[in-house]
Design a protein around this ligand. Structure first.
Ligand SMILES: Cc1cc2nc3c(=O)[nH]c(=O)nc-3n(C[C@H](O)[C@H](O)[C@H](O)COP(=O)(O)OP(=O)(O)OC[C@H]3O[C@@H](n4cnc5c(N)ncnc54)[C@H](O)[C@@H]3O)c2cc1C
Length: 456
């Protein structure tokens, strides 16, 4: 069935087939992975767009935004839709702008900066970068599917963050171009500090159309898995490797039992009842790391050179938020939190949480370098969901004992824990999206002008 909206949007695009109102397409492209959260599932199920548009150029994006601005139609950007908080769910319907067809990698400069469009998949960029002698500084465990634009719009870090920090640190994102939601949509270049106006703003204040992403010289990597009798032994060893300059590492993930028992295809790497660490370590250091692990009482359960994202097994497929996915596959009652432990007090914080919540919380640690250069135990603990009240009690208790929480059970930029206290994302929205049409409902401190008010 053709709707008037579909007809109008089709007239803007060079090929009218790049608009869809087919119900199954709309339903699929209105969702992301918010169902990880039982709280968000209740709030977001059933929220769908009125049309999906697949632009292939910046001028088509401008055309769609011009039309939507004139007709007060909401627009929600979408990369690959792998976000976890309903970031790309169109709360008020309207258009989902699927950017997955803007896939050009313009260049990888001699000093290691990738210049690309937002729909480029991170895995593709990693491969291209490695061909040129570079690699991504950090990437989410969804690297194969996730887009560069979606990572900037909604992601935070991942594999590589133990060495290079999060996406917003150390000038990793050099610059972005964004298209504004105005009567005449402009392209605004942001660089330096100004990129923070756009990063992790969930597409609420502009559509990212061009990206300058800093890379790092490529390393030949090795993968290994080490088991320890107790979580505390595993934590001690992983922390030592994470915090020592001696090791060149890309990933250090520590799981307490029974988390490794959830990892179907690599269940054999986890001896019953033991804690497990997954490493991506410089290949020339792999043997030395294993010797150090043995000396610390560990057992090597897997060891091999890393052959890129097609490696089998690919240990990173069980880390970061993939860990939660494996847990949910085993028991849909599981959900998760995103925490930062205090490097000086982590052990007592683990003990206090265990004492208060027992095995409702299972520890899964991801070491991360912060913006000050300190490597700390980040964590994505697997949590047994009982009620929303109990989950909030756990979040409150974490904060009370000095464990930071970026709450993954809220659906707005401010509540998710990575909102900038200097409000620069909101300031940008006030400049670029005065009507509040970009991903409406996700930036809750933005107030829409009253109906009929003039907008200057
Ligand atoms: C199993 C699993 C593991 C994950 N692991 C990690 C992890 O390790 N680290 C991590 O940071 N995240 C992780 N995530 C979350 C997510 O995969 C990443 O953040 C990913 O980079 C999002 O990319 P995407 O293309 O899917 O973005 P989408 O989900 O499509 O979009 C994310 C947000 O960005 C906005 N957006 C998309 N494109 C643009 C654009 N061009 N301009 C402006 N706004 C835009 C969207 O509106 C949305 O608000 C994980 C998710 C899952 C399901």
């Amino acid at each position: 069935m053709t709707t008037p909206l579909e007809v109008s949007l089709a007239a803007i695009l060079a090929d009218p087939a790049r608009v869809s109102t087919a119900p199954q397409v709309i339903e699929r492209l209105s969702r992301d992975f918010y169902w990880y959260s039982p709280v968000l599932r209740k709030r977001l199920d059933g929220k769908i767009a009125d049309a999906i548009v697949y632009p292939i150029s910046v001028s088509e994006i401008q055309g769609v935004l011009r039309y939507c601005y004139a007709n007060d139609i909401p627009v929600t950007a979408r990369g690959a839709g792998t976000g976890n908080y309903g970031q790309a769910v169109p709360l008020e319907g309207g258009v989902v702008l699927d950017l997955s067809r803007l896939t050009e990698i313009e260049s990888i400069t001699a000093d290691g900066v990738a210049v690309c469009q937002p729909g480029v998949r991170l895995g593709v960029l990693e491969a291209e970068a490695r061909n040129a002698g570079w690699e991504l500084r950090c990437y989410p465990s969804t690297v194969v599917k996730a887009s560069v634009g979606g990572f900037l719009g909604g992601g935070s870090g991942g594999i590589g963050s133990v060495a290079h920090g999060g996406l917003r640190d150390f000038s990793q994102v050099r610059a972005v171009d964004v298209v504004t939601m105005e009567a005449e949509p402009r392209i605004i270049h942001h660089e330096g500090e100004a990129i923070h106006e756009i990063l992790h703003a969930w597409g609420t204040n502009g559509i990212i159309t061009r990206i300058w992403l800093a890379l790092t010289p490529k390393v030949e990597w090795g993968q290994c898995a080490v088991a320890f009798d107790t979580f505390h032994q595993a934590f001690d060893f992983s922390e030592r490797v994470a915090t020592s300059e001696e090791w060149t590492k890309r990933l250090i993930t520590t799981f307490e039992w029974p988390i490794p028992s959830f990892f179907g295809p690599v269940r054999n790497l986890a001896p019953e009842g033991k804690a497990l660490i997954f490493f991506l370590i410089a290949e020339h250091q792999r043997q030395r790391l294993e010797a150090a692990a043995l000396e610390a009482g560990g057992a090597i359960t897997f060891s091999a050179a890393y052959k890129g994202l097609r490696s089998v097994p690919l240990l990173s497929d069980y880390t970061w938020n993939h860990t939660t996915l494996w847990a949910i596959k085993v028991d849909p009652q599981f959900t998760y939190l995103q925490c930062g432990f205090d490097p000086l007090a982590a052990r007592s914080q683990f003990a206090r949480l265990r004492q208060r919540f027992g095995d409702e919380i299972l520890f899964h640690i991801e070491f991360i370098k912060n913006a000050q250069g300190v490597v700390f135990p980040g964590a994505i603990p697997v949590v047994r969901f009982i009620t929303e009240e109990r989950l909030n009690e756990m979040i409150d208790y974490c904060r009370e004992i000095g464990v930071s929480v970026a709450n993954p059970h809220v659906n707005n930029v401010e509540g998710g824990g990575r909102y900038r206290s200097d409000n620069v994302q909101l300031m940008a929205k006030l400049r670029y999206d005065t009507k509040g049409l970009l991903n409406p409902g996700k930036m809750v401190t933005f107030e829409r002008p009253a109906a009929g008010a003039s907008i200057s």
